[in-house]
Unconditional design. Sequence first.
Length: 77
Amino acid sequence: MFTIEHEYDATVVTLVDEGKAPLLDDVIINAFDDCITVSQVDPRTDMMVQITLSMSQLRDLQAALDLPEGIYQLKKG
């Protein structure tokens, strides 16, 4: 299950883990004009951990999900 909310400066997608236990904490994705942040609570420390992806990294991740194992570089074109 997931939710989508449009805030003033970001679109926020929350991914909720469903199914059989053990379940993981929700993943929160904030999409800004210039970057994407991905956050989740670390159950070992009970603290929110966040990573930031540039738009270029996000495009690379999107492409990588559909490619076989290897090394790639996306070219504009």
